[in-house]
Design a protein around this ligand. Structure first.
Ligand code: DON
Length: 304
């Protein structure tokens, strides 16, 4: 497959769309990123890298961190994790509180904010600094010791994290947080502020395309059954309330973030990350979804 040529074509065809949509500004620091930025990278388990645009520019991975935090928590708790967080699409916005009361503080899935806060609680219980544990995990997955979180983005979010605080306290009232809600929100905002490039994010997700083994280090991250489960969750819940439309258009398990990044995996073949900060009304990168839709269309490759 000539990925280099296909990426160049996607980049060219995207020009009229770049900058259309809205850059997330409810975290003020994110609003400073130029709306028409674009990068895309494909990484294969054999170590090939194909890139276009700003594929080496670091961006705020935001909710893409939920995928890796969930991986760590799943490794720690195994199936006991699902006693505290569900695995159904929510059908509501990623930051919605409405289901939590009726469902006794158990979030629908680990990729909405409430579910990710429970996941971070699991990590806070195990590690003195959960965000550092996640940063180190990303460093291991990519082989890059320079990966870190952006303190300014974290502080910017922390100053405006009223909804996440409300969710954390609400879940604590149901007994579904074990650590102090304020410290869980603090670690959560720092983990969302991790900065990585498309190449780095794709490389980090590659274990999902490789039966659970990270090709960079040879480390087994998850057994093959857990790898299947995590990928299934990405398919059904990874792109917010738009997961159905996303799967219809793209046909790959994926996780998006409000920084404009989307990572997707094709088992046995590749991991791909696209970044463009202007978002559609669901909070997914507008150009990013289009780019992935064209990738699976031009290559004829998806999980279906
Ligand atoms: O908690 C927030 O609102 C952001 N740190 C992350 C939001 C995001 O990327 C979408 N989440 N599923």
């Amino acid at each position: 497959m000539n990925y280099a040529q296909i990426l160049d074509q996607i980049h060219r065809d995207l020009q009229p769309y770049l900058g259309t949509g809205r850059v997330a500004d409810y975290i003020p620091e994110l609003a400073n990123v130029p709306a028409d930025s674009f990068g895309m990278a494909i990484v294969t388990p054999t170590g090939e890298v194909f890139r276009t645009g700003q594929a080496d520019t670091r961006f705020s991975i935001q909710s893409i961190s939920k995928l890796f935090a969930c991986t760590l928590a799943f490794r720690l708790l195994g199936d006991a994790l699902w006693e505290r967080v569900g695995r159904e699409p929510s059908g509501t916005a990623f930051n919605s509180l409405v289901q939590l009361e009726a469902e006794h503080g158990k979030p629908r899935n680990p990729f909405i904010n409430a579910g990710a806060l429970v996941v971070t609680d699991v990590l806070c219980r195990r590690f003195a600094h959960a965000e550092n544990a996640l940063v180190q995990f990303m460093q291991r997955l990519t082989g890059d010791p320079g990966i870190d979180y952006d303190l300014r983005v974290a502080q910017s979010e922390l100053r405006h994290a009223h909804r996440n605080r409300a969710m954390a306290h609400f879940m604590a009232s149901f007994g579904n947080l074990e650590m102090p809600p304020e410290s869980v929100v603090d670690a959560y905002c720092r983990q969302c502020a991790i900065s990585m490039s498309c190449v780095e994010v794709a490389r980090a997700a590659l274990f999902l395309s490789n039966g659970g083994i990270a090709p960079v280090s040879g480390e087994r991250i998850l057994d093959s059954s857990s790898t299947k489960r995590l990928s299934a969750l990405m398919l059904t819940c990874g792109t917010y309330d738009a997961a159905g439309d996303f799967v219809f258009r793209v046909g790959l398990p994926a996780k998006s973030g409000v920084g404009g990044g989307i990572v997707a995996v094709l088992p046995g073949e590749m991991a791909v990350c696209v970044w463009s900060p202007a978002l559609d009304s669901n909070g997914n990168s507008l150009a990013g979804v289009l780019a992935l839709e064209w990738l699976t269309t031009y290559t004829g490759q998806s999980i279906f």
